[in-house]
Design a protein around this ligand. Structure first.
Ligand SMILES: NC(=O)c1ccc[n+]([C@@H]2O[C@H](COP(=O)([O-])OP(=O)(O)OC[C@H]3O[C@@H](n4cnc5c(N)ncnc54)[C@H](OP(=O)(O)O)[C@@H]3O)[C@@H](O)[C@H]2O)c1
Length: 276
């Protein structure tokens, strides 16, 4: 499977398994099955309350831990240094791991002390407990402050990104800084299967609309995607989207779709940049 590698310690397979909102045995089963199918990238978070279930799968699988990329995240109410360190330690304990491969600030908050928060996660990276660090749901101005003003060694940002939500400004920035962008809700929670243009492209190639939506993300340099799928059939077809090739006509059709359909916008979300 193709990996994204960068100078800030990242070595991340382009396709991962999203685990929210799975918990408990269902989550363990789904992760174990994904590992069996060939997934080597699992996306979890303290906020998903499933790190213990992911950890159970990591302990039970025959796939060696060092062959699996695990991303986890700290929730926005745990960003004070002491709380952040404690949350990270719980993550390691629940994941039954000595390190995480990528550790993210899950959401920014208006009153966070950005420099102090970034210093804590940079220290986790220096100590080898987080192989790489990054952020999620940061608008461009805040990401710029983190990377250019503060100089934090961020390897990646995770944001909502799919055929009907653009992220061009963030993509331009991360490419300039040799970072990765992980697309969450990459299937727009399966709404992509109802977009006539995507259905038509899928029919032309003899594949599923979800595979077209993922192939479009995965062909982009520096972009990874973490579709969530509980069952074997959806996990398999999502994995097989790595083999789907789009042509220029497909790309033009997808480029012309609306790019402002944001699905994840909780009350604590920051002021987003205009989608582009
Ligand atoms: N950083 C953040 O703030 C943030 C926010 C949201 C999500 N995330 C991460 O991103 C992951 C994915 O996002 P998401 O769960 O919001 O949306 P998504 O991956 O776009 O969509 C998941 C939905 O699509 C269905 N599905 C998956 N594969 C399919 C297929 N091949 N055909 C038809 N339906 C399919 C799933 O059903 P089945 O399970 O039944 O297959 C599920 O209902 C999450 O699990 C989480 O890890 C991060």
């Amino acid at each position: 499977m193709e990996h994204i590698v960068n100078r800030h310690g990242l070595n991340m397979p382009k396709l991962g398994l999203g685990t929210w909102p799975m918990v408990g045995e269902d989550c363990t089963r789904a992760v174990l099955q994904a590992l069996e199918l060939g997934y080597r990238h699992i996306d979890t978070a303290a906020g998903y309350q499933n790190e213990d279930a992911v950890g159970a799968a990591l302990a039970a699988t025959s796939v060696p831990r060092e062959q699996i990329h695990v991303t986890s995240k700290v929730w926005w109410d745990q960003l004070e240094p002491q709380a952040l360190r404690a949350s990270f330690e719980r993550s390691l304990r629940d994941l039954r791991s000595e390190y995480v491969d990528l550790f993210l600030i899950h959401w920014p908050t208006p009153d966070m002390n950005l420099r102090r928060t970034l210093d804590v996660i940079a220290d986790l990276k220096e100590r080898g407990l987080a192989r790489a660090i990054g952020v999620a749901n940061f608008p461009l101005a805040l990401l710029r402050e983190a990377v250019e003003t503060i100089g934090a060694p961020l390897a990646a940002i995770q944001v909502e990104y799919h055929v009907t939500l653009g992220q061009q400004k963030l993509l331009d920035f991360v490419r300039q800084h040799e970072m990765a962008l992980t697309a969450y809700s990459p299937l727009a929670r399966n709404r992509v299967s109802e977009i006539p243009e995507i259905v038509a492209i899928a029919r032309k190639h003899g594949v599923l609309p979800t595979q077209i939506a993922l192939a479009w993300l995965l062909e982009q340099p520096g972009v990874a995607a973490v579709p969530k799928a509980a069952g074997k059939s959806n996990q398999t077809s999502n994995l097989e989207s790595l083999d789907v090739r789009l042509d220029d006509e497909d790309r033009a059709t997808i480029a012309a779709l609306p790019k402002n359909e944001r699905l994840v916008n909780p009350a604590f979300a920051p002021q987003w940049d205009d989608a582009a």
